[in-house]
Design a binder for this molecule. Structure first.
Ligand code: FAD
Ligand code: MLT
Ligand code: ZN
Length: 529
């Protein structure tokens, strides 16, 4: 057996215990200190970067419209019109897309949403539903002057049943707030992701977000039991059921899950929440190849089975970028081509630790894993998690990032990173100095779900780089029967590429649904398909 430093297994040293998780959790947009994001100037207007034409049938905002919205919302503060205040609603998290909306509305009730949409539909005023604006495909911000309808003021928890574990809450509840509320009752939200401090649960449902523990708790298509939504014409669809089983008719809620604001505005959800695990272990491992990552995953599924709750992978380049922005030392003394974060969640500490220890001993014995560290307490666990959760923010600090969130059969998954890097190297656009637009090509993600995040970190957004990447990446994915979006959605970024993952028949069905539910096309135009 190779010399190892699996900490609790071998009992040789203590894991580094510097926790910056609190900072990281809030390190997303709304709560971020201004200095942290001062590296990039404001995004260029999407319509100019991508040469989009405004749809002529849409109305233009008038003083009479503003007066009507004031009447509906009964409060001036529920309307945002100040240019400085509008910027954060017009620009996306990556600072890649920017619209020029002149109005943000913040309704408090479903009835207000209904009145707003009814009016907008009659006047053909286009709208963009917006939650926490953490979306990564440009779906949450306007392209032109669409009115932003923010769920920020719809943030009440309606009910929680501690017997069934079913939560009913407004769409605008922040994910972390929902999770904290549930933890106090002995439960957790079945979704967790790095933007939890800012994203809204309605936004999560609208994007069908996957996150860090889909492997264990499944997709929102399974956990969301019901929802309430408002259609383009103002009709309120009430399907806020709290039943586990309901076989009466078409399962209409599924249409709204992942529809990214194109079919209606989700105003509330009902969701099945798992009990809070009482025993959680986190291990951070170093591996020599992506083949070993796969071997370790197969072994983890078999040996950790029911307690495995996350299997995340980070490549060396991604970890290096995080290291530049973290105060704490890297989790492992030596560098490795790949790192894996494994989490177990269960209810019996001794049982879970024994299982994990046996798994780690076996993984080192057969040399799938070369080195590793196991958190000894919650603070250390949070610190290890932060090395994974910090990746998107660290990469964005390079200046910008071209993001590809893809599903690929596991054996070919990392080849996409290698092939993309080779292509950009050949084109001479990657380098260490400012003259090169590209800093690096990196891969990380939810390997347990077959979901890779291919990221091209750039010093500045650059058309030549984009043209080298697209449609190359999408063609590559199509060849291996993958999906061009595993969890982030289509938004503006992938609107023109959906045919790489959906055939003509599916697209006809989707377009038919869209025109049925939103005949004037006012809901989130210029996006999705
Ligand atoms: P927004 O960004 O505001 O909106 C996203 C889309 O949903 C838009 O098209 C918008 O129009 C629509 N929408 C929002 N609210 C509603 C509503 N109430 N009704 C109808 N439509 C609506 N995503 C993952 O899947 N997994 C991850 O692990 C993950 N990690 C992330 C980490 C970081 C650091 C960041 C910045 C983002 C991450 N994301 C991840 C992407 C993003 O956080 C998710 O897509 C999230 O679900 C978006 O929620 P939001 O409230 O911010 O929605
Ligand atoms: C993640 O897994 O970290 C998120 O999906 C965000 C990203 O892809 O950058
Ligand atoms: Zn992800």
């Amino acid at each position: 057996m190779r010399a190892a430093s699996i900490i609790r297994v071998c009992g040789r040293q203590a894991s580094t215990a510097v926790s910056r998780r609190a900072l990281l959790r809030t390190g997303i947009r709304s709560a971020v200190p201004s200095t942290v994001r001062s590296y990039a100037s404001e995004a260029k207007l999407t319509r100019e970067t991508y040469d989009v034409q405004r749809l002529e049938h849409f109305g233009k905002l008038s003083d009479a419209d503003i007066a009507k919205f004031k009447e509906i919302l009964q409060s001036d503060s529920a309307l945002v019109q100040d240019q400085d205040d509008l910027l954060q609603f017009n620009e996306d998290w990556m600072r890649k897309y920017r619209g020029s909306s002149q109005l943000v509305l913040k309704p408090k009730t479903t009835d207000q949403v209904s009145q707003i949409l009814k009016y907008c539909n009659e006047k053909k005023l286009a709208v963009v539903p917006q939650g926490g604006n953490t979306g990564l495909v440009g779906g949450s911000v306007p392209v032109f002057d669409e009115i932003v309808i923010s769920t920020a003021s719809m943030n009440k928890i309606h009910s929680f049943d501690p017997v069934s574990g079913i939560l009913v809450a407004d769409a605008g509840v922040i994910l972390e707030t929902a999770d904290q509320y549930l933890r106090e009752q002995g439960y957790i939200f079945p979704l967790d992701l790095g933007a939890k401090g800012s994203c809204h649960i309605g936004g999560n449902v609208a994007t069908n977000a996957g996150g860090l523990r889909l492997l264990r708790y499944g997709s929102l298509h399974g956990t969301v039991l019901g929802l309430e939504a408002v259609l383009a014409d103002g009709t309120v669809v009430n399907n806020l059921t709290t039943l586990r089983k309901d076989n009466t008719g078409y399962d209409m809620k599924q249409l709204f899950i992942g529809s990214e604001g194109t079919l209606g505005i989700v105003t509330a959800i009902s969701i099945l929440c798992p009990p809070k695990p009482t025993s959680v272990n986190v291990a951070f491992l170093g591996l020599e190849s992506f083949k070993k990552v796969q071997d370790t995953f197969v072994q983890a599924r078999s040996e950790l089975s029911e307690i495995l709750s996350a299997f995340e992978c980070i490549d060396q380049g991604s970890l290096n970028q995080v290291a530049e922005h973290m105060d704490s030392p890297v989790p492992l003394d030596e560098t490795y081509p790949f790192y894996v974060l494994i989490e177990t969640s269960g209810s019996n500490k001794d049982h879970d630790e024994e299982k994990l220890n046996t798994f780690l001993e076996n993984a080192m014995e057969n040399e799938s894993v070369l080195n590793g560290t196991v958190a000894m307490d919650e603070t250390q666990a949070q610190n290890l998690w932060s090395w994974r959760e910090m990746v998107p923010e660290a990469l964005a600090k390079c200046g910008g990032v071209y993001k590809y969130d893809v599903s690929i059969p596991l054996p070919q998954l990392y080849d996409l990173v290698d092939d993309t890097k080779a292509r950009l190297q050949e084109a001479g656009v990657i380098g260490e100095t400012d003259e090169y637009p590209v800093v690096d090509v990196l891969g990380y993600g939810h390997i347990g779900d077959g979901n890779l995040h291919l990221n091209v970190a750039v010093r500045r957004y650059d058309k030549k780089v984009e043209q080298l990447l697209e449609p190359f990446v999408y063609e590559w994915i199509q060849k291996v029967n993958g999906s061009i979006s595993a969890e982030h959605g289509l938004g503006f970024a992938k609107k023109n590429f959906i045919q790489y993952s959906k055939d003509a028949g599916m697209l006809t069905l989707m377009r038919g649904l869209k025109s049925h539910y939103d005949p004037n096309g006012i809901l989130n135009p210029y996006k999705y398909m």
